[in-house]
Design a protein around this ligand. Structure first.
Ligand code: F6P
Length: 328
């Protein structure tokens, strides 16, 4: 067993539903194994400023169902500097923290990898992001909850789209990835999804309009990923184009924004976060370091953080065919 007496746990980057369930699982599994837990507030910024709270099992009581993160979170620009990371390391050592569990998305795990390499610290990453864009894991913590939130909203927008015979362009988050747009389109019975993973050679709007001509539908829902390609994209861009190029259609835009990140985690995310948090401590006890916990075919896997953040996670092309066929 690796010599780890105290771990620090932090959440970083955009919050995601299920982060609290992950913090709870990390804390309880560590305490079960007699490892001390320090909660680091506000992500890497709290590490730099020494904002530490001693965590016991009861610190995480009544949190599994709560959205957001009890540890708070931040996007720390200071941690991107050598000086910031040096301060973070000194504080960590002073507090007796031997290893870190970092719960966050791509940017947060990229920071973790750099920090681990520079200061030789064991770090375990948990994929906490609604974007589902980390390589090596089928799902990230928060993705399923965000998907459900989006679908609930789209169902409501559908009522007004039908009543007015309008095309709605609904913009969803996902940063550079189209998982939320593609799968919420399938789940809500939308007519199309415009995602960054599709080839730049394809004009996804023209394709959608052409497809629509073969159908007898008067209203439509198009899920648009927030990602821009070569400076263009987003729901307003497509709605403006419809106004100019296809004036026979009445187009509207809804940007779902940050409501997608809030709310109670789904049962799936709570279970995923619990399994991953448990696995993070098991990994540390086994002497593993600098890996991200993932899930593949419902089995927990360990992925080198470097691969998780560097490699692009592809969208299964079958999902694109499913939407195209079922939206007929
Ligand atoms: O990475 C999570 C995410 O919600 C992205 O989908 C989105 O692009 C970004 O964070 C928004 O960040 P912020 O909350 O800092 O505006």
């Amino acid at each position: 067993m690796a010599d780890i007496n105290t771990i620090g746990v932090l959440t970083s980057g955009g919050d995601s539903p299920g982060m609290n369930a992950a913090i709870r699982a990390v804390t309880r599994t560590a305490r079960f194994n007699n490892i001390n837990v320090i909660g680091v507030m506000r992500g890497y910024q709290g590490l730099i400023e020494g904002e530490f709270v001693k965590f016991t099992s009861s610190s995480v009581s009544n949190t599994i169902q709560r959205g957001g993160t009890i540890l708070k979170t931040a996007r720390s620009s200071e941690f991107m500097t050598d000086e910031g990371r040096r301060k973070a390391y000194e504080n960590m050592k002073q507090a007796g923290i031997d290893a870190l569990v970092v719960i966050g998305g791509n940017g947060s795990l990229t920071g973790a990898q750099l920090f681990a390499r520079e200061y030789d610290i064991p770090i375990i990453g948990l994929p906490g992001t609604i974007d589902n864009d980390l390589y090596g894991t089928d799902y990230t913590i928060g993705y399923d909850s965000a998907l459900n939130t989006i679908v609930e909203c789209v169902d409501k927008i559908r009522d007004t789209a039908n009543s007015h015979d309008r095309i709605f362009f609904i913009e969803v988050m996902g940063r550079d990835a189209g998982f939320l747009a593609q799968n919420s389109a399938i789940a809500s019975g939308a007519e199309a999804a415009i995602i960054p993973e599709s080839s730049t050679a394809v004009d996804q709007l023209a394709e959608f309009i052409e497809r629509g001509k073969r159908k007898s539908k008067n209203s439509a829902i198009v899920l648009v990923s927030e990602a821009q390609k070569n400076g263009v994209g987003g729901a307003f861009y497509y709605a403006d184009r419809v106004k100019k190029e296809y004036p026979q259609f009445d187009a509207r835009v809804t940007i779902l924004g940050h409501l997608q990140r809030g709310g109670m985690p789904s049962a799936y995310d709570r279970i995923l976060a619990s399994r991953m948090g448990y696995a993070a401590i098991e990994a540390l006890l086994e002497g593993q370091r600098n890996i991200m916990v993932g899930i593949k075919n419902d089995e927990i896997v360990y992925v080198p953080i470097q691969r998780a953040v560097k490699l692009d996670k592809p969208i299964n092309p079958e999902l694109i065919s499913v939407l195209n066929v079922l939206s007929m």
